[in-house]
Each structure stands twice: as C-alpha cells, then as structure tokens.
Design a protein around this ligand. Structure first.
Ligand SMILES: [Zn+2]
Length: 547
C-alpha cells in the first residue's frame, strides 16, 4: 500500500469540509451563485490553513461539469483532473521558483489563449510574494484588463511583501490560523478513521505543535505514527519532537524551588545527551512558568492554561509554593537565556548559567517593611506596642543606618542583693517573655535568647548577657521599656524591676564590661551577637558577606 501523507489524504474536497475559514467559504460560494467571481483573488495567512486548498476548490466550483456551482461534484472529468493536479486549464505555479520577469511574461502570453476544455482558466500562484518587482509589473497589465475567462488566485504567507498596485486589484481574503480545538478535532477524526490509538495528552501535544497550521499538525501526526506504529503512547510525541515532557518540567521546577543545583545540572545534562533541544526546553520552562502564573492569578485557570498535557493539581501545589514575583524573576532570567542561546556558540552554557541564576530568586521585600526592620535592628525607632506586634510602624521615615553601638549610659547595674521569691514556672514565663519580645521586634528576641536568667519573679527580672554589646542593645531605653512592659504583663506586676547585667566572660579574649562600642576591629573576633546580627541582616536584605 502506498503511503499518502495525512495532509494530502485528508485535504478538503468540498467547501463544507474546509475547517475554520467559514467567512471565506461563504463569500466565495455567494460569488459563484451570483456569478460575481472576481478576476483576481489574494489569499493570505499562515501556512497550512487552507489557502491553496480553497484555491483548488474555487477552480473546481468554476469548472465542474455540473457548474459553476458552490458544491462541485468531485466526480466529473474536470473535478478529478483538478483534484489530481492534471488539468491543463488550472495551473499551479510556485512563485518562489518562477519569480523572474521572463516567467511572468510567459505566463501572460499563455493567458491570451482560450481554455482547452474547462470553462475558466485558473492560475494559482503560490508564495506570490516571492515574485520579483519586474515580474509583478509585468503581471499588473494583465490584472488591469484580464480576459473574461481567466481567474488569478494568489496565495501568500507574507501579505506585507505584496505591492500595493497588486493588492488594490485583488479581492483579498485573510485566512485565520486554526484554533487548537479545530486541529484537535480533525486529528481525532483522522486517528479514528485510520484506526490509530492515541492518548488525549499526545493528541493535545501534536495539535499544540501545529501552532495553528493544520498541515503542520498532520505532518507531525504522520511522523509520530511512523515512530510508534498504530498505538501511540505517552512520551512518543516528545521523543519525535525532541522536547521534554510535562513530568520532567514539573520535576525540574520542584528542583528549582528546592534550590537543588546538582540535580538541575544533572537534568540539563541528561536532556542534552538524549538529543533534546535545550532551546525548546528553555521555552517549555517559560511556558510552564506562565501556567503557574495563570494558576496563581486566574479564577478559572483551566480555560487559560497553554494547551498542553498538564496536571492542574500539580500546578496548583507548585504555584502555592512560590511568590508571583519569584515567577517573574524566573521568567526574566529564562527569557533572556532564550534570546542569548540563539546568539551564543555555547547555548548549553548560557542555559546552565540561567538555571543556576534561578536558584537565587527570592521574593521581593516590601520597602516599608525593610526600613522598619533596619530601624528595629539599629534600635532607632520604637516599634508598635507589643500588644499588636505585627502592626507596622506605618510611615517611619528611613533613618540613616548607623552601625550598632552599645549605649554608654547603661553601665552595669549592680546585682540585687536580696532576690525575691522565685516563681515556680519561671522557665515557661521566660519563654513567653522572649517570644513576645521577638514578635514585637525580631532582633530583640535574638538578643534575649543569649541572656542568662539570674532571677525571674513577680518583683524582678534579672538578666545577664554574654557581652557588653548585647547588654547595651537591650538596655536602650525603648528596648528596656518594652522588656519591662512585657515582663510586667507576663508576671502580672506593673512594678516589676528589670535588671540587665553583663556576665563576666569565660574566654579570655572577650572584652568584659566596657563602654566602647565593640566595632569589628582588625584582628578582633566577631561576637556571637554580631554574627547573629550579620546573619539577620543578610537574611533581611539578601546578600552575601564578603571577607
Ligand atoms: Zn465536477
């Protein structure tokens, strides 16, 4: 049995079979019925949407022995000859290979002769935009005064390259790209008729890759059938196209969220080794990000998702784990990589670098929050009352960020001589105080974590800090007030006394009680508090410590 390409085998032979171009079909049928067929038509639109097919249908409709008729019989000699491409009166010319002025002249000379058997001489010139300027000029005269029984049908994918003089002498029809649904239905019909088993996901994938062109989708289907036989399983389309599947994309995204660089690089390596196109992989990832964005933003995401086999539940779960602005940052990084890969002689490296950049993506911080956090760290602006710890210090103006310094006014308070009676569950109470302080002011909580509780009772809270810096920070007026407020609430005594001491250092090179700001001087070790402070700063501001 001779193989016939699906696109050819399934080429519409009647206007009613033409998919997606109803507006054109209707106009052409009316023109035939009303005997108002124009001497020249121009069909424009992307490839594989039915331009040449429509031209042949029009030729048949005009020349059918039972016609002219909007429904040619498809069985008479003329119809069959035209369908098979043997008619001497219906000429198909490829503009790309017959584009010279000499060829245009030959055609024009030919136009003068009457038809051999048909009613109309039909010239179908495909890719007409490829004609040279002089060829167009030669054609122009004939278009101005065409013989009565001649119809020109020009087809082009690039309407912008058609000279205005030609355009103005043609009836112009713009063919629309076919919808995903239209392509899907036609492919399903073909598969049913050819007894091809194909799963919905693969069918979807084929239709999507047709990108609005029925012919492209049908050619791809032929390729997939040639690869898999009559039963097309999951993954076959991806294999044929050299693209990665949705599962791989979903896993890849999970690795990004987990900041798992080694596995990401491993996947890139495997993808490349399997002969898949990393450029397509990059574009698929971009599309995957779009799907996540849609799931995050849209009320009815299923209707808006790009047409590809996807698992909505997986997308939803992943979308929850990521911020919208993280998605945007990833999108920018990959879009840039997509462009750069096309220009680079090392596309794989460009892609890998972009993937690694995805690991650094963090949600943007709200500037007001940042300012508040910085101010809280330097202790320059009192924060909101502890009763409403999450209330932002609304419009706190940005303060110059001064290096943290111990407050000199707070010298070590003398330890109390007579401790009051201890509270039984003092450690729970202390946890509560610490937690509430941390909620009110995160960095303050960090300071308190380092304190040793010498005394906690209804009457007194006595803390010892490991270094003067921490002690100084906690002793700042507003911090001390905050601590007192929390302690009095927790312990149920508004008159509670708060004492803050510095514990004598156990190690020898740690400075004990000092009024000097413990700057990070040359050769001096960073204290644990400073390390914590630095860690917090890095976390809040995002960045790396150099040196
Ligand atoms: Zn016929």
């Amino acid at each position: 049995m001779k193989f016939q390409a699906s696109a050819r085998k399934w080429r519409p032979q009647k206007f009613s079979e033409l998919i997606g171009q109803e507006h054109i079909v209707r106009t052409l049928k009316n023109a035939i019925e009303l005997d108002r067929v124009a001497p020249a038509y121009l069909f424009s639109g992307t490839r594989g949407v039915g331009k040449t097919t429509s031209a042949r249908l029009l030729a048949k409709a005009l020349n059918c022995e039972a016609g002219p008729t909007p429904e040619p019989c498809d069985t008479c000699t003329h119809c069959v000859e035209i369908r098979e491409g043997h008619s001497v009166d219906v000429m198909e010319i490829d503009g790309a290979s017959n584009n010279s002025v000499a060829e245009a002249r030959e055609l024009i000379d030919n136009v003068q002769y009457s038809t051999s058997s048909c009613r109309f001489k039909v010239y179908i010139i495909d890719e007409v935009h490829m004609l040279s300027k002089s060829a167009f000029n030669a054609l122009l005269k004939t278009l101005e005064e065409p013989p009565a029984s001649v119809v020109f049908i020009f087809a082009t994918t690039e309407i912008n390259k058609i000279p205005e003089t030609i355009l103005s002498r043609c009836q112009h029809f713009e063919f629309k790209p076919l919808s995903h649904q239209q392509i899907m239905e036609q492919l399903r019909l073909i598969c049913e008729n050819e007894s091809i088993e194909i799963d919905a996901g693969s069918l979807d994938e084929v239709a999507k890759n047709g990108a609005g062109s029925m012919r492209d989708a049908q050619s791809l289907l032929d390729q997939v059938i040639a690869y898999s036989g009559r039963s097309i399983g999951a993954g076959a389309v991806e294999e044929v196209l050299g693209i990665v599947g949705q599962d791989t994309l979903a896993r890849f995204f999970n690795r990004i969220v987990e900041r798992n660089g080694p596995e990401l690089m491993q996947t890139v390596q495997e993808t490349a080794l399997n002969g898949k196109d990393l450029g397509l992989f990059c574009r698929d990832l971009i599309e995957y990000l779009r799907n996540l964005m849609i799931v995050k933003v849209a009320k009815d995401p299923a209707a808006l998702l790009s047409q590809r086999a996807f698992d909505l539940d997986v997308l939803k779960k992943q979308a929850e784990a990521v911020h919208l602005d993280e998605l945007q940052q990833m999108f920018h990084a990959l879009s840039k990589a997509d462009l750069d890969m096309k220009r680079s002689s090392l596309p794989r490296t460009v892609f890998e670098m972009a993937v690694i950049r995805l690991l650094d993506v963090r949600p943007y911080q709200n500037v007001d929050d940042l300012i508040q956090k910085i101010n809280a760290m330097t202790g320059e602006v009192p924060v909101a009352a502890p009763a409403a710890p999450s209330a932002p210090a609304a419009s706190a103006p940005p303060q110059p960020v001064a290096p943290p310094a111990a407050s000199p006014q707070q010298a070590a308070a003398p330890p109390a001589a007579t401790p009051a009676k201890p509270v039984s569950s003092s450690s729970n109470k202390w946890d509560e105080i610490k937690n509430r302080a941390g909620q009110a002011k995160r960095i303050f909580g960090t300071y308190l974590m380092q304190a040793e509780v010498l005394e906690l009772s209804e009457d007194e809270l006595h803390l010892a800090f490991p270094d003067p810096f921490t002690q100084g920070q906690v002793s700042k007026e507003e911090n001390r007030a905050l601590l007192k407020e929390i302690a009095s609430e927790v312990m149920g005594n508004p008159g509670i006394v708060v004492k803050l001491d510095c514990r004598p250092a156990e190690s020898n090179n740690e400075p004990v009680l000092t009024d000097n700001a413990p700057g990070n001087k040359k050769g001096e070790k960073t204290s644990p508090t400073e390390q914590q402070l630095l860690k917090d700063a890095v976390e809040i501001l995002g960045g790396t410590v150099i040196g």
